[in-house]
Design a protein around this ligand. Structure first.
Ligand SMILES: [Zn+2]
Length: 132
């Protein structure tokens, strides 16, 4: 059974858990960013209504949804956070890989706000390139 390899860490470099703590301190913990029990419940209900990842389905794959994503990053804006028209249900891969790349391109000014939807042409093309 393969085990996770030991990774090299300089003697005074922060451990993974210290890095996570520091990251949370800078941007606030997930609870501080609005991901409360109320969010968990609303997200679960949303995912219950959207069971298949639409972006995967458009590409011919059947993948169940796992994440309620904010199409336009809310950055602490409560109105945008709770605006259901800004939510999209997606699979873990679309959220963790495709959406993160889209958000980086959006912040760099390379794509528009409407391209952040995982069913946009830009997103579908990006996902298709990543799948190969
Ligand atoms: Zn997907």
């Amino acid at each position: 059974m393969p085990t996770m390899p030991n990774t090299f860490r300089a003697p005074h470099a922060p451990s993974r858990s210290e890095q996570v703590k520091e990251y949370d301190k800078r941007r606030g913990s997930s609870r501080e960013r609005g991901y409360t029990t109320k969010w968990d419940k609303a997200s679960r209900a949303f995912l219950g209504k959207h069971r298949i990842c639409l972006a995967c389905e458009l590409a011919g794959f059947d993948q169940r949804t796992e994440v309620t994503d904010h199409i336009v990053p809310h950055k602490g804006d409560k109105a945008l956070f709770w605006d259901r028209t800004n939510w999209q249900a997606c699979c873990r891969w679309h959220h963790d890989v495709v959406k993160q790349m889209l958000e980086r391109e959006y912040l760099a000014g390379a794509i528009s706000r409407s391209d952040l939807s995982l069913t946009s042409r830009v997103a579908l093309d990006l996902a298709a390139r990543l799948r190969v």
